[in-house]
Design a protein around this ligand. Structure first.
Ligand code: ADP
Length: 467
């Protein structure tokens, strides 16, 4: 119901905009037509007045007693001045010398009592009894006598036509806008119908039903495009939800394993009386599991803070060669246990602007893996280079290598090539996921090259702008 109200509001708003702009356009158009017609009617009337004036110039003559009269003989010329026209001749002092009164019935007797102005010009004049006339006045000399001639015609026909037009426009315009408004409302309803369908479907999409998609009526139009964009967003959300679900269930599973181990070791230890050494061993293995649990929780925390965007990187200028030496010192005990040789190859300091702690964690994970997965007596090389497109750091081992089918996935959370072996070696399955996040948070890239049975090379490439 609420949706219907929203849609109706949009429809009404669209219709009002449409009707409003149509009204403005029609008013402008009607105004243009009216002004054009008015102008041409006046031009025509003025043309006739001009002709009247010329006829008057030819037909007026001076009488012997200094008066003015119409040359009576020529009937044809006389007829040229119609029934609805006036003619007056005034002396310069404002005395009426001659008046021809042939005009419409209602105008009889309503003659001008004021002399016309001295210069030639047209004017519209309103007389009593709602009579409107158009007059042309101008000076003229009849046989040496300077006079002012005024010819006038009624504006009645012109006004009738203009009023008729106004009436047609005045009545027609609201009707046209009304019809267009109804049509516009119907069109808006049709055009917005897919929005209603989309809203109905969107309401059924919940976390449990993220597989649902909005209907796409026509993918080429704007609404179709909108639905497609929403569908893409839903697909992304579905993928994120799925990842989150998998991650939560994997994480619970991973957390349960060491907890179960701690409990069963403890239970077995308590079952009978043992000597001190046996208890030491039991406590030692419980601590080992607790240690693994601690590492797992630390890694989970790092990743969840990274996901929430809460990790603020603190950039500083760091010598990567020195950082790698630091990591190798930190992990040397592990390498020594396996009688492995860890070498660092660098031509000198390689500077980069990085978050020291975050990048260190990424390198620790790579070197730790290299030592962990390489056999006893193996060799781990770490090469730090300053390359034209930015600093690069490679961790090369002589381990079992990673099969092509696993290469992309080893960076996924909890993905392990050999689960049992990873556990046995104390892995959490999160090391490479954290490394990838750390490198990408620096705008860098992590690459893996590997050959099964020969070894792996993990390469961190940083951006040159950070150098
Ligand atoms: P884990 O804690 O299991 O080491 P990682 O995310 O660090 O988790 O690594 C994921 C998986 O990738 C490991 O379980 C292992 O199978 C594989 N892997 C990582 N590094 C190496 C390596 N240097 N050589 C061979 N396999 C490796």
């Amino acid at each position: 119901m609420k949706r219907m109200r929203h849609l109706r509001r949009v429809r009404i708003r669209l219709t009002l905009w449409y009707a409003g702009s149509l009204t403005v356009m029609l008013i402008l158009y009607a105004g243009g037509v009216f002004i054009f017609l008015r102008h041409s009617l006046f031009t025509e009337l003025d043309g006739r007045l001009h002709e009247d004036f010329e006829v008057a110039e030819q037909m007026l003559e001076r009488t012997t007693d200094s008066g003015i009269r119409w040359r009576a003989s020529d009937r044809h010329e006389e007829e040229e001045i119609g029934d609805d026209s006036w003619l007056e001749v005034w002396s310069p002092e404002g005395r009426l010398l001659y008046r021809r009164e042939s005009f419409e019935e209602e105008g009889k007797g309503l003659l001008f009592s004021v002399a016309p102005p001295g210069q030639r010009g047209y004017q519209s004049i309103s007389l009593p009894n709602d009579i409107h006339v158009r007059a042309l006045s101008g000076p003229y000399a009849i046989a040496g006598l300077s006079v002012a001639i005024r010819v006038a015609r009624s504006e009645a026909r012109l006004r009738r036509e203009l009023n008729g037009l106004l009436l047609v426009l005045g009545l027609g315009l609201p009707v046209a806008v009304g019809i267009a408004g109804f049509g516009g409302y119907g069109l808006a309803r049709r055009a917005l119908a897919p929005v209603g369908q989309m809203a109905d479907r969107a309401r059924t999409i919940t976390a449990e039903h993220l597989g649902e998609r909005l209907p796409v009526v026509n993918s080429d139009d704007e609404l179709g495009h909108l639905a497609t964009v929403f569908n893409d967003t839903f697909a992304r959300l579905e993928r994120s939800f799925e990842q989150l679900r998998r991650f939560t269930s994997d994480a619970s599973h991973e957390l349960r394993t060491p907890l179960t181990a701690i409990r069963s070791v403890g239970e077995v230890g308590l079952r009978e009386h043992r000597d001190e050494n046996a208890y030491r061993e039991i406590i030692g293995s419980m601590l080992e599991e607790a240690d693994r649990l601690g590492r797992l929780v630390d890694s989970l925390l790092t990743l969840s803070r990274a996901d929430a965007g809460q990790v603020k990187l603190t950039f500083e200028r760091v010598d990567l060669a020195e950082l790698v030496h630091d990591v190798v010192n930190h992990l040397s005990v592990l390498a020594e246990e396996k009688r492995q040789h860890v070498s660092v190859e660098t031509a000198g300091p390689v500077y980069a602007t990085v978050d020291r702690l975050v990048l260190r964690q990424a390198i620790v994970n790579l070197v730790d893996n290299a030592i962990k997965y390489s056999p006893d007596g193996g060799h781990v090389r770490i090469v730090v280079r300053d390359q034209p497109h930015g600093p690069a750091l490679e961790v090369i081992d002589t381990g079992p290598g990673i099969g092509a089918e696993h290469r992309d996935r080893v960076f996924d959370r909890f993905y392990r090539v050999d689960k049992a072996r990873s556990r046995e070696l104390g892995g959490t399955g999160l090391g490479l996921a954290i490394t990838r996040w750390a490198v990408e948070a620096h705008g860098g890239r992590i690459e893996l090259e590997s050959e099964e049975g020969k070894g792996s090379t993990f390469r961190i490439r940083l951006l040159s702008t950070q150098a």
